[in-house]
Design a protein around this ligand. Structure first.
Ligand code: ADP
Ligand code: MG
Length: 660
């Protein structure tokens, strides 16, 4: 009989997956692919061990369901046999009299209810005979379907060592079909869901959990069920098969399978190791009894939370009681009857190994996770892979993603938070600047209005005062008064023109200028008291820019004057110019008194001054603001007026486009 049948056993409910990678970690063959942050089972690679279903706390991995298919089968005209796995006492420990369990199953509509353990009796004989043969080279037990898939997919060279013997389930199915005819449909009920993909010789496979679901659906309970017992053929020691040392204890003739011939390995760490040692030739002429789970009693189709040793003792007690009442003669007769039954099974390799990826690609994948040196390989296992290199190889093979690396993702998250903070700050600054410029725009409008309205009357005042002054006699006291009027009117005109400068919307007249020479010139044209040191720091490769020379000269000299005025008891004035391909920045720094924090956002408001009456007009920076704006530039001020937080002083940076 051949063996090639692979159904999808595990399905993923994507919405439920919270990407904890526990399934990746627990999958012995890495048959789980993470794509777009979601875990997906790759059916081709899956061996049906059920680890992922067991460990997923979110219920995102769902095993193949067979309840509906079994219900349909029960409605058909065929005779249906239920064959229950020998581990049932471990699952149904609340039912003391197992004839009641048989009755409950019968109530579901099955025509026959038998125990698979008679199949185990038959299979044990086959194993005994195989191990006794002179040419015996060792074998790997083939009754655990997940182990069989594991060998066929990942150790295809070991397939010839898989015992060519049917599993107890298949053996029992053959027995039942021989007894009741080929039309009989067989439903296996057991602790395992890899069984659902084992063979086409069994029509459906239910897990114990699904059996409980069917009982619940029809309200079938031990209290409302009469005991009925299992149908023949009845088993002997085969019933002990599901617990550790199962086959060894099941053997009819323990001399045929001496203890030292048997190696038992259960659970993924152990069975993988045993197969590796067997493949590498360290183990010879041994019978490897391998199970995916810790004895079938803990299989993924059993109810969760079971206690391993309590379960195994439940099976043991059941077998003891069973053997006490066993009709040995009938048993021997049955064994004799099925002696000639074909219990062979063939297996074919189906290589699913993935060739190791190119080293360059692995290195690239490692680097994409910020792993450049061996010290960066934390091998923390958070991604579900044992090592960073394993993870990187899986990335190259399309099974994993870089984001699965926890340390890397945390680092990336920190970076994003930092970036976010920076953009937040930028946004806040831009908002403040916008508010300020809005305010200044309103002021500009007002200033322009006032200046315009005052200009004409001031002209008239000046003109008539001058005429009157001309007409007045020399030495007349009126003349002196008129002179004062003219002077004050001139002062008003200056203020008004300052206001107009702040508010003006006239165009700039850009001229190509060497900004280094230009700045040097501005510094030369101001009066510098003795106690002020000046230094000039041009740091620019290409000094040519286009700007409005007259207006920009006002900007620089005003800044320089302010700086000097801020250093009444001396200090240093440093002017500089920087630039890149796009922009020019003029920098004026002083070591003066600094600007009080609360004044920072008033600086550019017309008439804001902290200087005493007559000294400051408060129009200098307002003018600068107007001019810089016309050059489509920016003004940046840094200042410290608090001795405790560092050296005092102020830096103004005026950045304008090169205008080329
Ligand atoms: P004014 O110089 O007439 O006071 P400005 O518009 O030029 O008017 O300057 C406004 C105010 O800004 C000043 O009174 C001063 O308080 C402050 N200020 C400007 N530049 C500096 C500087 N370099 N150091 C300290 N304070 C300054
Ligand atoms: Mg000033």
């Amino acid at each position: 009989m051949s063996h090639s049948f692979h159904r999808q056993l595990v399905f993923t409910i994507k919405d439920r997956c919270r990407v904890c990678f526990t399934c990746v970690r627990e999958c012995p063959v890495k048959a789980i692919k993470i794509i777009n942050g979601q875990a997906e089972v790759i059916n081709d690679r899956c061996i049906g061990c059920g680890n992922c279903v067991r460990v997923c706390s979110q219920g995102a991995k769902i095993p193949l369901r067979s309840v509906d298919a079994v219900n349909e089968l029960l409605l058909s005209k065929n005779k249906i046999a239920a064959c229950i796995a020998p581990s049932f006492p471990a699952e149904f420990d609340e039912i003391q009299d197992y004839r009641i369990l048989a009755g409950m199953i019968r109530k579901l509509g099955f025509d026959f209810v038998t125990e698979v353990s008679f199949g185990a009796d038959l299979v044990a004989r086959e194993y005994e005979q195989m191990i006794q043969r002179n040419d015996y080279e060792g074998d790997i037990s083939s009754d655990c379907p997940a182990i069989v898939y594991f060998i066929r997919h990942y150790h295809p060279d070991m397939v010839p060592y898989l015992a060519p013997i049917a599993s107890p389930m298949v053996a029992m199915s053959r027995v039942m079909k021989k007894k009741h005819g080929d039309d009989l449909k067989v439903v296996f009920i057991g602790p395992c869901f890899a069984k659902k993909a084992e063979t086409t010789e069994v029509d459906e496979v239910l897990t114990f959990r699904e059996l409980r679901e069917m009982f619940d659906n029809l309200n079938i309970r031990p209290e409302n069920t009469d005991p009925s017992g299992f149908d023949p053929p009845h088993s002997g020691k085969g019933a002990i098969f599901p617990v550790s040392h199962g086959l060894y204890c099941t053997a009819n003739n323990q001399e045929a399978i001496p203890e030292e011939r048997v190696i038992i390995a259960e659970g993924q760490v152990n069975y993988k190791e045993a197969i590796r040692e067997f493949e590498e030739g360290y183990i010879r002429k041994k019978h490897l009894m391998l199970l995916c789970c810790e004895g079938c009693i803990m299989g993924p189709g059993t109810s969760p939370g079971g206690k391993r040793f309590a379960r195994s003792s439940a099976v043991g007690e059941y077998v003891t009681r069973k053997l006490e009442v066993l009709d040995r003669q009938a048993w021997v007769r049955d064994i004799e009857e099925y002696k000639t039954l074909d219990l062979s099974q063939t297996f074919t390799p189906e290589d699913r190994r993935i060739a190791p990826p190119d080293n360059v690609d692995v290195v690239n994948a490692l680097q994409s996770m910020g792993k450049f040196a061996p010290k960066d390989h934390l091998n923390c296992g958070a991604c579900g892979y044992d090592t960073c290199v394993d993870h990187a190889s899986a990335i190259v093979n399309g099974l994993a993603e870089t984001e699965m690396c926890l340390p890397f993702s945390i680092e990336k998250l920190h970076d994003s938070i930092n970036n976010l903070n920076v953009s937040n700050e930028k946004l806040a600054r831009a908002k403040a600047a916008l508010k300020q410029s809005e305010k200044l725009a309103h002021m500009g409008q007002l200033s322009a209005g006032i200046a315009h309205e005052l200009n004409n009357p001031l002209g008239v005042i000046t003109m008539y005062s001058n005429i009157l002054m001309d007409e007045a006699q020399e030495g007349d006291t009126v003349r002196e008064d008129l002179k004062l009027i003219v002077e004050q009117a001139e002062r008003c005109k200056k203020i008004v023109s300052g206001l107009l400068n702040f508010a003006r919307k006239n165009q700039v007249a850009l001229t190509e200028t060497d900004v280094v020479k230009f700045m040097q010139h501005s510094l030369n044209s101001i009066v510098k008291p003795e106690n002020i040191q000046c230094s000039f720091n041009p740091m620019i490769a290409d000094p040519i820019a286009r700007l409005d020379i007259d207006q920009m000269m006002q900007v620089l000299t005003n800044l320089e004057k302010n700086a000097i005025e801020a250093m009444p008891s001396g200090g240093t004035l440093i002017v500089g110019v920087e630039g890149d391909a796009e922009e020019i920045t003029f920098i004026v720094t002083d070591t003066g008194l600094g600007i009080q924090k609360e004044n920072m956002d008033k600086l550019f408001t017309p008439f804001f001054t902290t200087k005493e009456m007559g000294k400051g007009t408060g129009l200098g920076l307002a003018l600068i603001y107007g001019i810089v704006k016309m050059h489509k530039g920016k003004i940046h001020v840094d200042s410290n007026a608090d001795q405790l937080s560092g050296p005092l002083g102020t830096t103004f940076r005026i950045t304008i486009p090169r205008g080329m």
